[in-house]
Design a protein around this ligand. Sequence first.
Ligand code: 2NL
Length: 343
Amino acid sequence: MDELLQQIAAYRQEIENQPANGADSLEAYRIKFLGTKGIVKNLFTEMRNVPADKKKEFGLILNDFKQLAEAKYENWKQQLEGTGTTTVAAIDVTLPGDALPLGTRHPINLFLNHVISIFNRLGFSVAEGPEIEDDWHNFTALNLPEHHPARDMQDTFYIQQNPDWLLRTHTSNTQIRAMEKEQLPIRIICPGRVYRNETISARSHCFFHQIEGLYIDENVSFADLKQTLYFFVQEMYGKDVKVRFRPSYFPFTEPSAEMDISCQLCHGEGCAVCKRTGWLEILGCGMVHPKVLENCNIDPEKYSGFAFGMGIERPALLKYGINDIRLFSENDVRFLRQFTSAT
Ligand code: 2NL
């Protein structure tokens, strides 16, 4: 019995002195002291040999030792897990992550999207068409006579391999295609890039963007055109914007008009931007010419419609206070990063 007690005391010492190092040592410790053939188990087997009057005393000491061995194991294990957790905790998962470099929308795209969202609310849907077009869809169907100056080689980029092909000079080609194949009524808005053979400068470029609109149905009138465009500019430029229509000429509309809005910079007082007139020209429009309807197999006796077209670059320059149209196509990220919202 005394021998056993001495042994237990020695084991206690060993346990207390045992450093809590790596997981392998812990497992060795577990097998040695707490395993099925381990020291604790063996000592309990020794109970048999303890005299009956000492059994209770020995039992208490042995239980105490067992608790010590088990407590050591639990503490050790927790310490190891603690080290593990510390490694993970070195990454503080509550901190915000590194921001992914986000792109920004191109100012032309922002402007187009704003225009589109306004016409969407009036029931117009977006239609897109090819930038390489044939003569019919870009010119002939639009009632541009064969010797019209707009057909001149100077203004149009022709495709070398096929003189019937060209880079579209306006987005009207998309409306022609819609009238040829869609069912009436048609209510579409056609944004896109167009090309003209012009000298590149701060004010003009050989490619730029347009948005055109088309509405064809029975009984569409010039009053519908005026009201639609008036709604548009009020949404775009504010409720106090003034408009005026001036008679104009386009081969594809009759009658034709140009729409001015009161200058957004001087509010009609007269400044350098509006050339002291108080007005800014923003779009051309008119009732679709009966010849154009006929060219698309639409009966002009039954149907009528209006169309309009506007450039994007000029109003975008004004809106964002930019002084050189070339910035839009140079893709300098220091320029592009400055645009984040449509309004
Ligand atoms: C402008 C003027 C305009 C149209 C575009 C159009 C299209 C078809 C039929 C009739 Cl398919 N017209 N488009 C009409 C009037 C004016 O644009 O100054 N654009 C920048």
